[in-house]
Design a protein around this ligand. Structure first.
Ligand SMILES: NC(=O)C1=CN([C@@H]2O[C@H](COP(=O)(O)OP(=O)(O)OC[C@H]3O[C@@H](n4cnc5c(N)ncnc54)[C@H](O)[C@@H]3O)[C@@H](O)[C@H]2O)C=CC1
Ligand SMILES: O=C(O)CCC(=O)N[C@@H](CCC(=O)O)C(=O)O
Length: 476
């Protein structure tokens, strides 16, 4: 019998959704059946269908944002932003398909033409995380469908309702039911989907640990596409800022947006030993004003709860571990109600913690590291196996240049937060943050394979040398 699943509102504990886990093999079979027809449609047809999907989402914007806010706990304004990004993804992906994977022809040798065209892989799986239950899977689904693939999508087991809503929008917009299949379930269903022989590739967004497990699972199938978008232990260097208030706002947004549940959130604030106190005071003033509350509360909160009690327990344990290793809390992590996953923003000085765990604390915890000079700041920024996002706050273009060249990350920003990356650019990380298949604008790349054809309307001999001339018996 299929496993029963439920999802609960993190802010209230109320049951939001219940259903059954699905069967990935059955869904892949349906998507396989739909593939030839969907791939045979013109790109224009598929692009128009996607635009209709965007219109459906637009028409349901309020309802969708309300659901996302309730299911994830993120503030309503942030859920509204997420729905806006879902809509915007369609035009960006249409543009990206043409720019990254469209068709080109150019002159070849001996009057031939060289044509480069792209073809879809077949049936692609999409595994989504809970923190952006619509935007991130949508960021794979739209480019995959546009390129002519069909898709089987498994949302996070923590946000099944948002995943289901998203798929309904595609179907209402005219994507055939079997061209996009929904399969609900947890890790075991994810593993079964990823490992099914009928799948031509997998587009994954989630934790680095799961990414590694999937890379192992795919070791025997190097011919299958595997795109991994994982998390980070992201550094933010606050060095020599002119406007301390603005800098404090950037630091606060970087660390605590989405209650710290963005892969791009700053986890480490790296500051000069001498003269960082003013910046820190300003950050603390701002942090003290942060409202942590229900997603629909009035006044609107900056942060909601984290996704569930288990996640809150985990963040609390990681904070205590840092304290036990010698970390000095500057602003303690509080959980006002032990039964609920609301956490207040926390800052801890870990400068003297030896063997700091290089992990992603997926919650509102910022670790402060004091360093003696800018070289040390770059070295500290690179003290991680991850490599997703990094940012430097400095007045000096030279220091930014040094930072840009010295830091290993897929997103390297100057006087801007670590998060809030644009969908109009490639997005991905190095190290264990990914596998060199950046998504967002470059998602088009892994959704289609290029076919190069050297073409001529008539056969013409191309061997000119190394043959004997029949008339003279001489070698040409
Ligand atoms: N680089 C990026 O674009 C982003 C990365 N993330 C990362 O995602 C994480 C938070 O999301 P979570 O939902 O907790 O991630 P997760 O890794 O626990 O789960 C993601 C999805 O993969 C499935 N899954 C987990 N383990 C699996 C396995 N071994 N085999 C097959 N499927 C498996 C889950 O059921 C879920 O659908 C954070 O680490 C965050 O940094 C989140 C958003 C964007
Ligand atoms: O995928 C895109 O279209 C752009 C990248 C993006 O949305 N990045 C987000 C982080 C996603 C996450 O943390 O889960 C950001 O930079 O805030």
């Amino acid at each position: 019998m299929a496993e029963t699943m439920t999802s609960h509102e993190p802010a209230t504990g109320k049951k939001l959704w219940s259903g059954s886990a699905g069967d990935p093999a059955a869904e892949i079979a349906k998507a396989r059946e739909a593939f030839p027809d969907w791939a045979d449609h013109s790109f224009t047809f598929r692009a128009e269908t996607m635009r209709r999907v965007a219109n459906v989402v637009r028409a349901k914007e309020k309802e969708f944002a309300d659901l996302i806010a309730r299911e994830t706990g993120k503030p309503l304004w942030e859920a509204q932003q997420e729905v806006g990004i879902v809509i915007g993804k369609v035009d960006i992906s249409i543009d990206a398909y043409s720019n990254r994977t469209g068709s080109t022809t150019f002159e070849g040798a001996l009057g031939s033409k060289v044509a480069v065209r792209h073809r879809p892989h077949g049936v692609l799986g999409v595994l989504g995380p809970y923190n952006f239950p619509a935007h991130l899977p949508n960021g794979h689904i739209v480019p995959a469908l546009l390129a002519g693939n069909t898709v089987v999508f498994k949302p996070s087991e923590k946000t099944p309702a948002s995943g289901e809503f998203l798929v309904q929008c595609f179907h209402e917009g005219g994507v055939p039911e079997n061209a996009l299949r929904l399969v609900q379930g947890g890790i075991e269903v994810g593993k079964a989907l990823a490992g099914d022989d009928g799948l031509d590739g997998l587009l994954f967004t989630g934790s680095a640990g799961a990414g590694k497990a999937l890379a192992k699972q795919y070791a025997d199938t190097p011919h299958k596409i595997l795109a991994i978008e994982a998390g980070g232990n992201n550094p933010l260097v606050a060095w020599d800022m002119k406007d301390i208030h603005a800098a404090a706002a950037i630091i606060t947004q970087s660390a605590f947006l989405s209650a710290g549940q963005r892969c791009t959130c700053a986890r480490r604030l790296i500051v000069p030993e001498e003269g960082h106190e003013e910046t820190l005071d300003e950050v603390l003033k701002l942090v003290d004003r942060i409202i942590v509350d229900h997603p629909h509360a009035d006044p609107a909160p900056f942060m909601g709860p984290v996704i569930d009690n288990a996640a809150a327990d985990n963040v609390q344990e990681q904070f205590v571990e840092l304290m036990m290793k010698g970390g000095v809390p500057i602003k303690k992590l509080h959980r006002p109600d032990e039964e609920k996953p609301f956490l207040t923003p926390a800052i801890i000085d870990v400068t003297n913690v030896k063997n700091r765990p290089d992990v992603e604390i997926f919650g509102p915890v910022l670790q402060l590291v004091r360093v003696r000079n800018f070289e040390e700041a770059i070295a500290e920024a690179n003290k991680t196996r991850f490599g997703l996002a990094a940012s430097v706050l400095t007045r000096s273009p030279e220091l930014y240049k040094q930072f840009w060249r010295g830091v290993r990350a897929g997103v390297v920003n100057w006087n801007k937060p670590t998060n809030g990356a644009p969908s109009t650019a490639p997005f991905g990380g190095v190290g264990i943050s990914g596998n060199h298949r950046p998504s967002a604008y470059y998602a088009a790349d892994y959704c289609a394979w290029p076919v190069t054809s050297v073409e001529a309307e008539l056969c013409r001999a191309s061997i000119g040398t190394g043959l004997k001339d029949p008339a003279t018996e001489k070698t040409r």
